[in-house]
Design a protein around this ligand. Structure first.
Ligand code: TRP
Length: 469
């Protein structure tokens, strides 16, 4: 296929499989294995999972297709994509810059948690957990969380690893590493899942995850499900738009999107089916919050036969998932500097990567309370939570809304139809998808977003729910 020289110098995925693995690597991350199980636990299981699945199918999947359509059509990262499709001075380029900002913010704190996973890989390898009491394991997490120097060290180590991979470019960096990380991740997940099925708590865990139970679900939980469906699929900030820009014209976008979101959902459900049987078998609670992975799991491993090996597999898995997501976040920021400012990849990755590291320092120090303790008193959240709130509740839903409107109402019909149908057996679904990006997704996002920032009262969402008054 003939490609123009600009496209050739930007790089392209070598195969469809490489693209799928890289995109799935972006989607599958801490969101699936760390966050999804604990918010499922906090929201009481089944019904929350059901709402999350509906959000993925009705809102997430159509927007994912939309992002890939824009990216492949324009063959640019977010800012340049809107300019190429609507003209240099288009106001839509603001949406592109908003995406770059979101990537910047998300990676800055994502890297801090990802750094913890590196620390835990080391603890697992050195058999730190065996023979320790639950109190000792719990307080080890507390020590890590509050030690500013350890946090800074791992934050730096993780950013350096991410920078090293993205420096290699599309084929030799991101795609090559995704081809190693993702199959390894799926394999480790399978081993852990087989072990989980053999645990006595598996039956209870499966019914916790799959049988709808409204007891604990609050209106906030419904919003959390929507926000999380964006976060987990890497939507709303142009990450998949950027990955789509490296995709050649003859690949099937719709089938790829279904595969990527299907894999992401499977991993999230599998993570629940790995964690909860172990947690329940050891008589622990599902609603342990963010500590579920870093406290409850090591406690459980310390009591299990084969716990050392399982703990190594589990934390390496978590680290791989975090790394393959982080490279997509850095790629969006770096590629925007490459496309917009004509920087070399080397310069763009080193400069933006260092800036993100510096921007993440307040998050790395959040647990120690050392930096600006007044911030927490003023805003009511530490830096880490402030950034997560800003990105998940504002930037991603607004970005997703803008992308749905752009692709549904602004892009010429022949262009988007061509991108949707080419090479796809699912081309007949075009009208269904169009209704979704034009109406269903924008209306649903707007309503839920109005609730989430409390412009509309939350108890409207679930008037009879327990948290509804
Ligand atoms: N999806 C990843 C996760 O679940 C995180 C992530 C990577 C992301 N790239 C993104 C989130 C882009 C939002 C936007 O952990």
């Amino acid at each position: 296929m003939a490609t123009d020289s600009a496209t050739a110098s930007r790089g392209q995925w070598s195969t469809r499989g490489g693209f799928i693995l890289a995109a799935a690597g972006s989607a599958v991350g801490l969101g699936n294995i760390w966050k999804f199980p604990y918010i499922t636990g906090e929201n009481g299981g089944g019904l929350f999972v059901l709402i999350y699945l509906v959000c993925i199918a009705l809102i997430g999947l159509p927007i994912m297709i939309g992002e890939l359509i824009i990216g492949r059509r324009a063959q640019r990262s977010p800012v340049g994509a809107f300019q190429k499709l609507r003209g240099e001075q288009t106001a839509w380029r603001i949406i592109g810059w908003m995406g770059v900002l979101a990537g910047f913010i998300i990676l800055s704190y994502y890297s801090v948690v990802a750094g913890w996973t590196m620390n835990y890989v080391l603890m697992a390898l050195t058999r730190f957990f065996s023979g320790k009491s639950p109190e000792e394991i719990g307080s080890a997490f507390g020590t890590l969380y509050t030690a500013w120097d350890i946090n800074l060290f791992w934050h730096a180590a993780f950013m350096l690893t991410t920078i090293g991979i993205v420096l290699g470019g599309i084929k030799k960096g991101i795609e090559a590493w995704s081809r190693i990380l993702m199959p390894a991740l799926f394999l480790m997940m399978l081993v852990l899942l087989v072990d989980a099925v053999l645990q006595p708590g598996f039956g209870r865990a499966a019914s916790f995850v799959f049988s709808p139970n409204a007891d604990k679900l609050t209106p906030q939980g419904v919003l959390e499900a929507l926000g999380h469906s964006f976060f987990t699929l890497s939507l709303g900030m142009g990450a998949l738009l950027t990955y789509g820009s490296y995709l050649s014209k003859d690949r099937d976008l719709v089938g790829s999107s279904a595969l990527i979101s299907g894999l992401d959902t499977l991993v999230a459900l599998a993570a629940c089916l790995i964690l909860f049987p172990i947690i329940f078998s050891q008589g622990m609670a599902a609603e342990a919050g963010p500590g579920l992975v870093f406290k409850s799991m090591p406690i459980a491993f310390s009591k299990m036969t084969g716990g050392v090996l399982l703990s190594i597999l589990f934390f390496v898995l978590l680290f791989f998932a975090a790394l393959s997501s982080a490279i997509s976040l850095l790629e969006v920021v770096a590629s925007s500097f490459i496309d917009q400012l004509d920087w070399t990849r080397r310069r763009a990755v080193l400069v933006t990567g260092s800036m993100i590291f510096l921007f993440g320092v307040p998050s790395a120090l959040a647990g120690s309370g050392k930096l600006f303790p007044a911030w927490e008193k003023l805003v009511g959240k530490n830096f880490f939570d402030t950034f997560d709130y800003l990105a998940s509740n504002w930037l991603l839903p607004l970005g997703g809304l803008a992308i749905a409107i752009f692709v549904g109402w602004v892009m010429p019909d022949d262009e988007r139809r061509e991108e949707f149908t080419r090479g796809s057996k699912l081309g007949a679904l075009y009208p269904v998808w169009l209704v979704s990006v034009r109406f269903v997704a924008p209306i649903a996002i707007t309503l839920l977003w109005l609730f989430s920032v409390e412009i509309l009262p939350k108890h409207w969402l679930a008037p009879s729910g327990p948290g509804g008054h």
